[in-house]
Design a protein around this ligand. Structure first.
Ligand SMILES: [Zn+2]
Length: 488
């Protein structure tokens, strides 16, 4: 009952917020109210959250999963830049110099996020599994992010990276500027939320914590600067040219078909991308600053540093297809994220730096966010019997025909993408969409191949993968129950 009431409060505030688009002051008051409420619900007590985690991990016999006699001594830091779309980085072809520092880092991979929004995607980064395997997805046939009770948890038998590393003696740190990134980790990691703090502040908090560490440590931070509302430090607002910087530009506008044939829309779109790129340039400088901190403290030689993103962002690339073919309870189209699995929404970078001696730009074949966790365990030389959907990223990138998935949307009917080599299936049977794209000939995904036979082969392949995983999941659960001395 309590849960229902609090969820209603949240929905009421969200509902009221929808009618305040034109009043800045009212929007600000409601915004503050909303975040106070979320604060109360999600992180009223950091201590409580930590206790939930430590009481669970105490019950896990880690020796059943990893060789705990090993004592890896490298630190691990993952920085996830929320909403960072791959194609807007300068090395990936953006004419604006958005990411000069990140571009210079050691190993850059072109990856696919396992989902087009935060909740299932971050769960994949920290479990090495696809959403249909780790379980942190939205319940219901028609997905709608608005209802908190629809958020399913990570399956109890799946271990998270913070849990494993805690079991190996690591100190754990987790901070997010985007609350949704922490939702799957109640009881599965200690965490704190610093809502929409600038990247520099979030990374400075991490620096303060690192200075105090005597053990090997694992730190996960999620930066929220590129997530709406876009409010970078002043210097970066007009960094790539003057924009009409107001409430509408910070948030989303022009998201219904009736607004797309106007002069105003084109100007708005240009300004929006300019503001996004300026914000990205800011994030790049913040990461550079943090990198210098690691360097000055002599930590680069004892740390595996990973920079990635949980999903991309759409700037009207598929607005017409989105409005015409896909049901969306949100009522707006072609913008933001969570609603579909086109490439602008799921292409992300994965960067490995720090102690790693290898160097390279690996952009021919896709890798996946599920590769991050198994790669970390490999680099730490940990022997384990854990099951992952991912694999060592340095091997994965050599595989041309490896099937890669993205799924578990936040709005509307379920949509799945299956990428194999140059082909990509977009499968949304409830929207009657079964499209196969040739990414080499049609990288913008505008013209599905009109060949039902080949399309059906991809659908069959997708169904086979899902069926095989279902069988594996059951045997995993049985094994984990048999392996446990005490119940989780
Ligand atoms: Zn996100």
């Amino acid at each position: 009952m309590g849960e229902k009431m609090t969820d209603k409060t949240r929905q009421l505030i969200l509902f009221a917020m929808k009618f305040t688009k034109r009043s800045k002051l009212l929007a600000k008051i409601l915004g503050t109210l909303y975040h106070k409420y979320m604060k109360h619900k999600q992180y009223s007590s950091e201590k409580e959250i930590s206790e939930e985690f430590y009481s669970r991990v105490k019950k896990i016999d880690f020796s059943k999963f990893v060789d705990i006699s090993q004592k890896p001594d490298l630190n691990v830091i993952i920085i996830t830049v929320d909403c960072l779309r791959y194609r807007n980085m300068s090395f990936a072809g953006n004419e604006r110099e958005t990411t000069p520092f990140v571009d210079s880092m050691k190993n850059i991979f072109k990856a696919v996020s396992t989902a087009p929004w935060t909740y299932p995607s971050v769960s994949s980064i920290l479990t090495g599994m696809y959403p249909h395997n780790h379980g942190a997805i939205l319940e219901g046939e028609i997905k709608n992010f608005d209802k908190l009770q629809n958020f399913k948890s990570i399956r109890k038998s799946v271990l998270t990276l913070p849990e494993i590393l805690y079991g190996l003696g690591y100190s754990i740190y987790f901070e997010s500027a985007i609350p949704v990134a922490t939702y799957p980790f109640r009881g599965r990691s200690p965490f704190k939320i610093t809502y929409k703090e600038h990247a520099e502040n979030v990374l400075e908090n991490l620096e303060q914590w690192i200075i105090k560490q005597k053990n090997s440590f694992f730190a996960y931070v999620q930066l929220g600067d590129l997530h709406t509302p876009l409010e970078p430090p002043k210097k970066f607002v007009h960094y790539f040219g003057k924009v009409n910087y107001d409430y509408h530009l910070k948030n989303w506008d022009f998201f219904t078909p009736d607004k797309w044939n106007t002069e105003k829309f084109h100007k708005y779109r240009e300004d929006k991308l300019r503001l996004y790129d300026g914000t990205l340039r800011y994030v790049d400088t913040a990461i550079e600053r943090f990198y210098s901190f690691l360097e000055n403290k002599g930590l680069l030689d004892s740390t595996i540093l990973i920079i990635t993103s949980d999903h991309g962002e759409e700037f009207w690339e598929h607005k017409d297809m989105d409005a015409k073919y896909f049901y969306n309870p949100r009522g707006y189209y072609g913008v933001a994220h969570g609603h579909n699995v086109f490439n602008e929404l799921i292409e992300v970078p994965i960067i490995f730096d720090g102690i790693i001696t290898k160097k390279g730009k690996y952009t021919d074949n896709y890798v996946s966010s599920v590769d991050i966790m198994p790669t970390i365990l490999d680099l730490l030389e940990i022997n384990h019997n854990l099951t992952f959907d991912g694999m060592n990223i340095f091997n994965a990138v050599k595989m041309k025909k490896r099937p890669i998935l993205s799924e578990a949307v936040a709005y509307g009917y379920e949509k799945k993408a299956l990428i194999i080599d140059r082909y990509k299936l977009l499968y949304a049977p409830d929207d009657r969409v079964k499209w196969l794209f040739d990414l080499k000939k049609d990288p913008e995904e505008q013209h599905p191949i009109k060949d039902e036979e080949i399309t059906d082969i991809f659908i069959e392949k997708l169904q086979k993968i899902l069926k095989k995983d279902e069988t594996r999941k059951i045997s995993d659960i049985v094994r984990s129950i048999q392996n446990l001395n005490k119940p989780l």
